[in-house]
Design a protein around this ligand. Structure first.
Ligand code: GAL
Length: 378
């Protein structure tokens, strides 16, 4: 009897301790509720840190199907753990024929703040209602406050009529393709050479380049960039943005042509630019890829998969969406945000947030941690 009482006493003392440890930790893949007790619905998103508060923007996903019925949601937090639902920052439009008509597809939203215009600038991947994934457009909206309301500006293909900044006359001369070239079997060696030389890039030169999975990045000099999966998801494009961050300014490069990278994430660590991306297998997870460069304009070098340990070959069943630097926790503190997609009910897709840790050579590494604290980044 005595032992039983002792056990109960121990449990009573331990429970609040355990609960508070849990309350302060990030638990990848667990159900994550907002401060009102509702599951957080903000997938494929990113986080903006503004004036001491974090704002998490994401895709509101329905229980069934995958088209956008609500819009892009916004949650806020001061500790990255407890999230208050703020708003539908950009709702779908009820107007017939609007680019963002209910039933369109809004994916991969990211928000950055422009200190000159004092506007919050939202970019996302937009597909038009009833057109599958054919439109492949980037879309932009702006707001005066982080939680919106965002005003939709426009959607477009990228950089129409413009060549990559690193293409000289020789490269342009090489980029001439015949109708037969476009009929070539995919994945053959000669086809790979044509893709590298810009076969799909040239196909879309006049109308502008495709933009699907995308992210935004503001460099330490205040210059902003959009990084996107282009050319039928075969090639990444990094475009510098104009002064108000609402459009590309014509300076861009192609990265890893033919490499089939999706879900780009990017960050700068001690002067080196890093990108972590995924392969292209739809909602199913695959192995992450990693690249680094001494300048945003390259040259970009590919490294082995940054994931290690069990589940590394499938990015621990997730796909990256954003990397948030956490300078408050130190120069080496970065949060890798990923989604575990659940296509049967996309609303129930889970969040896989992991710390980026650096190996002895300074290379980023990801390992699954069931539960971890931000303090551990210090
Ligand atoms: C994934 C992509 C997602 C979404 C999905 C649709 O590969 O990363 O953003 O577009 O395909 O199947």
């Amino acid at each position: 009897m005595k032992t039983k009482h002792l056990l109960t006493l121990c449990l009573c003392l331990l429970c609040p301790l355990l609960a508070s440890a849990q309350a302060d930790s990030i638990r990848p893949l667990a159900r994550w509720l907002d401060t009102e007790g509702r599951p957080i619905n903000a997938h494929g998103g990113g986080i903006l840190y503004h004036e001491g508060r974090y704002y998490w923007y994401g895709e509101h996903r329905p229980e069934r199907g995958f088209s956008t019925e609500v819009g892009i949601t916004c949650y806020s937090s001061d500790d990255l753990i407890h999230w208050k639902y703020e708003s539908v920052a950009l709702p779908v439009s009820e107007e017939n024929g609007s680019d963002i008509e209910r039933g369109c597809i809004m994916e991969r939203p990211k928000v950055i703040f422009n200190p000159k215009t004092r506007k919050f600038v939202l970019w996302f991947h937009l597909e038009l209602k009833g057109k599958g994934y054919a439109a492949a457009r980037a879309a932009v909206a702006t707001a005066d406050a982080p939680q919106g309301p965002f005003r939709y500006l426009r959607s477009f293909r990228l950089n129409p009529g413009q060549y990559p900044k690193d293409w000289g006359e020789e490269q342009k001369a090489k980029a001439r393709f015949t109708p037969e070239d476009y009929e070539m079997d995919w994945w053959t060696d000669p086809w790979r050479v044509k893709i590298t030389d810009g076969m799909l890039f040239m196909r879309d030169l006049e109308g502008g380049q495709m933009s699907r999975d995308q992210t935004l990045f503001v460099d330490t000099d205040g210059q902003a960039y959009q990084i996107t999966s282009s050319e039928e998801n075969l090639t990444l494009v990094i475009s510098q943005l104009n002064e108000d961050f609402t459009a590309p300014n014509g300076q861009f490069i192609r990265v890893a042509p033919g490499g089939q990278n999706e879900a780009p994430t990017i960050f700068k660590h001690r002067g080196t630019y890093w990108m972590i991306t995924s392969g292209c297998t739809g909602w199913a997870p695959n192995a992450a890829r990693m690249f680094s460069a001494p300048s945003i304009w390259g040259p970009w070098t590919q490294h082995p998969n940054p994931c290690t340990g069990p589940g590394a070959d499938k990015t621990f069943s997730g796909q990256g969406t954003y990397v948030l630097p956490l300078p408050q926790y130190g120069e080496d503190a970065f949060l890798f945000m990923a989604d575990q997609w659940r296509p049967k009910s996309l609303a129930d897709s889970r969040y896989l947030w992991l710390p980026i840790r650096f190996d002895s050579e300074g290379k980023p590494q990801l390992r699954f941690e069931k539960s971890w604290t931000l303090e551990s980044l210090k």
